[in-house]
Design a protein around this ligand. Structure first.
Ligand code: FAQ
Length: 330
């Protein structure tokens, strides 16, 4: 299907930006500045559409790939209650992926195309999901830190200028907030448990702390999209601002657990009220984005296999839809 503004593959058409007049761009910016929501059928600059498709599809892919590290512990959760909770959380992540694919489809790109871009390696997903879950405490750390970072980044997205994305984020944030608490609850229990359980919690924090800080993206000076995305009110805060908010909220939570944040340079600045933190290893971030993290290959191989294994379901659904359509036409 050919949708206006898109090519036949469902990608934003290579419509030269030069065809967009200064008046159109100014009127668009005025609407954004006035905090009006931009809706699917409204005129928008092609670069705005492309930016949203990139960010929203990356976000959706992250939710889908993000099920894998937790799925690893479904059969080994320490109790039936923990298993049921984890299963519900993972199902929520799948749901978030689906809302986000649907919201991105309102921009004209097809879900098939977005999935093809993930499977071919063209589209990214969050760096954090390329790290392994070695112990049960990692499931606690994912909820506490990864969902915690996700919430910090995503609450402002509820006020994103693009209506369908902003509305999808409202429900997602409510669910993420529940996820964050279940992760913290796992760690509270471990930290109040045996010496070995507490050591397991500390080890999880040691391994997940820095990758969680990297979730917010490159530092502001290296963030190529931030300035434009903030002008368009897709992003409301810069990567470094959100990272700082996350650190300020999370360090006291670690102290409550009796755990040590693995950063020798971490220091509370009484004057600013913020924590100063040590240097992030950006080379590690670049390596993970380049496909060389500990689990990149495994994550993509599993995703491709799941996609191939599901081909019969898609075929059956299409055949059924065609039969229904034919019956309807007759
Ligand atoms: N990983 O110029 P910027 C979750 C890329 S959901 C990989 O700063 P931008 C729920 C970026 O795409 C987690 N790539 O880019 C859950 C760009 O590359 P490109 C996902 C990254 O877009 C919990 C380049 O670097 N959340 O956790 C990362 O303005 C538990 C330059 O960066 C979202 O996606 C990264 N960490 O800001 C699920 C939220 N950071 O495309 C399961 C929505 C940057 O030019 C279990 N997204 N890159 O080749 C955003 O807010 C933004 O896209 C940022 C990046 C903040 C991630």
């Amino acid at each position: 299907m050919y949708t206006q503004g898109l090519d036949q593959q469902g990608r934003p058409a290579a419509k030269p930006d030069a065809l967009e007049t200064a008046e159109q761009l100014a009127a668009f910016q005025q609407r954004v500045d006035a905090e009006e929501k931009i809706e699917a059928k409204d005129w928008m600059p092609e670069a705005y559409r492309r930016t949203l498709i990139r960010q929203m599809s990356q976000h959706a892919h992250s939710e889908i790939i993000g099920m894998q590290p937790e799925g690893n512990w479904l059969t080994r959760a320490p109790s039936l209650k923990r298993k049921a909770i984890l299963l519900a959380k993972i199902q929520d992540e799948a749901g978030h992926g689906l809302y986000l694919y649907s919201a991105a489809e309102t921009l004209g790109v097809s879900r098939d195309q977005m999935v093809a871009d993930l499977l071919s390696g063209k589209a990214k997903y969050s760096s954090i999901f390329n790290y392994p879950t070695l112990t049960w405490a990692d499931i606690g750390a994912i909820g506490w830190l990864v969902d915690g970072a996700a919430i910090m980044n995503q609450i402002p997205l509820c006020r994103c200028s693009y209506g369908p994305y902003a509305r999808a984020m409202v429900r997602i944030c409510k669910e993420e907030s529940f996820h964050q608490r279940q992760g913290y609850d796992i760690l509270v229990e471990l930290c109040n448990g045996t010496k070995e359980q507490k050591a397991m919690a500390q080890d999880a924090l040691d391994r997940w702390w820095w990758p969680s800080l990297m979730m917010f993206g490159p530092s502001d000076i290296n963030s190529k999209h931030s300035a434009q995305s903030m002008a368009w009110k897709i992003k409301r805060f810069s990567n470094d601002e959100l990272r700082q908010k996350f650190i300020d909220v999370t360090v006291p939570q670690a102290e409550f657990l009796g755990l040590r944040v693995p950063d020798d340079d971490l220091e509370h600045d009484a004057e600013t009220g913020h924590y100063r933190h040590g240097e992030i290893d950006w080379q590690e971030f670049i390596d993970v984005l380049a496909g060389n993290g500990p689990c990149n290959q495994q994550r993509m191989a599993k995703r491709r296999k799941a996609h191939d294994d599901g081909a019969w379901v898609r075929d059956a659904a299409s055949a059924y839809a065609a039969k229904q359509a034919a019956r309807h036409a007759a």
